[in-house]
Write a new protein. Structure first.
Length: 200
C-alpha cells in the first residue's frame, strides 16, 4: 500500500511553520508513531499531541510566529495541518470517508463527526467560558477546527455535550476529532470512490 505521508512548509510575514505527517502509525501498522509539536503555546502543543496520538498518526510540527502580538497565528498551524492531511490522504478512494468519535475526559464529553468529501464546512460548539486556557485564547479553539476543515477539505462538526472544566471540554473535543479521523481514513480494502457521484 502506498504510504500516506506529507511534508509542507507555510511561511508568511507572521509565521514560519513546518509540518510532517504519516497517517498510518496505528498499533499493528508496522510504523512507529512519532509526535513532536512545538507551536510556542504549551496548551496548543498538548491539544495537537492528543490529536495525533489518538488518530494514530505521526506528527512533527514546528512554528515560529509573532506571539509577542497575540496568539492569532494558531490558525496558521491548523491551516498547515489541514493542508498536510489533505496531501497525505491523496485521492479520496478506498477509505471509509465518514468518521464519528466520542471522547470523555472526566465530566466532559465531546462528539466529532467528519466527512472527507471535498466540501469544507465546520460547526464547532465548544461552550467555553474562560477567556484563556493556559496561554491560548479560548476563542481561537473553534477557529482552529474551522481552519483545519477548510484546508483539509472536510465537513466537520464538533460539539462538547457536557462539562464544567474548559480544559477538559477542549481536550475532549480534540480527542473526539482524533477518533473520528481515525475511523474516516481507515482503508476498506477496496479501491472505490466512496460517493454515488463517482468522484470526491
Amino acid at each position: 500500500m502506498a504510504a500516506r505521508t506529507a511534508q509542507l512548509a507555510r511561511k508568511t510575514n507572521e509565521t514560519d511553520i513546518q509540518v510532517a505527517i504519516n497517517l498510518d502509525c496505528q498499533p499493528g501498522s508496522g510504523n512507529a508513531q512519532q509526535i513532536s509539536v512545538s507551536t510556542g503555546i504549551g496548551f496548543l502543543d498538548h491539544m495537537y499531541t492528543a490529536l495525533a496520538k489518538h488518530s494514530g498518526m505521526s506528527l512533527t510540527m514546528t512554528c515560529k510566529g509573532d506571539l509577542w502580538i497575540d496568539d492569532h497565528h494558531t490558525a496558521d498551524n491548523a491551516i498547515a495541518l489541514g493542508a498536510a492531511f489533505k496531501q497525505a490522504l491523496g485521492e479520496v478512494r478506498g477509505i471509509r470517508r465518514y468518521g464519528t468519535g466520542f471522547a470523555p475526559l472526566d465530566e466532559a464529553l465531546a462528539r466529532a463527526v467528519i466527512d472527507i468529501c471535498s466540501r469544507p464546512y465546520c460547526v464547532a460548539d465548544l461552550g467555553l467560558k474562560r477567556e484563556k486556557i493556559g496561554d491560548l485564547s479560548a476563542e481561537m479553539l473553534p477557529h482552529i477546527f474551522y481552519s483545519f476543515s477548510i484546508a483539509a477539505g472536510v465537513t466537520l462538526h464538533v460539539d462538547v455535550l457536557r462539562g464544567e472544566n474548559d480544559h477538559h471540554r477542549a481536550e475532549s473535543a480534540f480527542k473526539a476529532l482524533a477518533l473520528a479521523i481515525r475511523q474516516a481514513i481507515e482503508r476498506t480494502g477496496g479501491d472505490d470512490v466512496p460517493s454515488t457521484k463517482g468522484v470526491l
